[in-house]
Design a protein around this ligand. Sequence first.
Ligand code: FMN
Length: 192
Amino acid sequence: MSEKLVLALFGSPRKSGPTGRLFDAFIEALPGGTQVRMFDAFSMKIAPCNGCGGCEKTGNCVLRDDMDEVYEAMEAADGFVIATPAYNLSFPAPLKAVVDRMQCYWSRRFSLGMRPPVEKPKVGALLLAAGSVEKSGADVLQRQTRMLMSVLHCRLTACVPFMGTDQADAAQREKAALLAAKQAGHTFFTSR
Ligand SMILES: Cc1cc2nc3c(=O)[nH]c(=O)nc-3n(C[C@H](O)[C@H](O)[C@H](O)COP(=O)(O)O)c2cc1C
């Protein structure tokens, strides 16, 4: 199998929290030789989308910042993984800015009629940590991710939630969550 490239978006401000542990389990289980380009949303300089409409004319964002590297990786990647905690039922603000700046792919597809908006097909995964066992945050994140990936020529094949991270019995659920993340990494390029 030829070497695969994974674009990884990391959305937690903490490297070793529940999100980080899910992420590490997933990445370590990827097939040997897989290259990973990891983008840490909290350390990147990404301006928010200002809705200027420029991408509706060209298919590209008019803003120039760290997002350029993400756009470049998006064209080359075979896999796309988002690892994030739930913040107010959504992505933390820096990651939300990255997601909003992917509006140019939506514009390619729906304003400019480009099919596919990104040439290379991808498989996608969502790894999420939520403090509560209540499902709303996970549901919203999964819905947003599915919608985003649908304009990235990317099939969401795995969603690994680690729920109740802030509850007293979190450690008991962590084992199953890490195992699921590992399994998702292992089968990432073969899952349907
Ligand atoms: C600003 C903020 C908002 C949060 N909002 C939610 C939420 O809406 N739903 C939820 O289940 N947990 C929420 N949490 C809890 C985090 O999702 C939880 O602590 C998670 O495990 C953090 O992961 P991390 O330490 O890997 O970043 C929130 C935490 C913070 C700091």
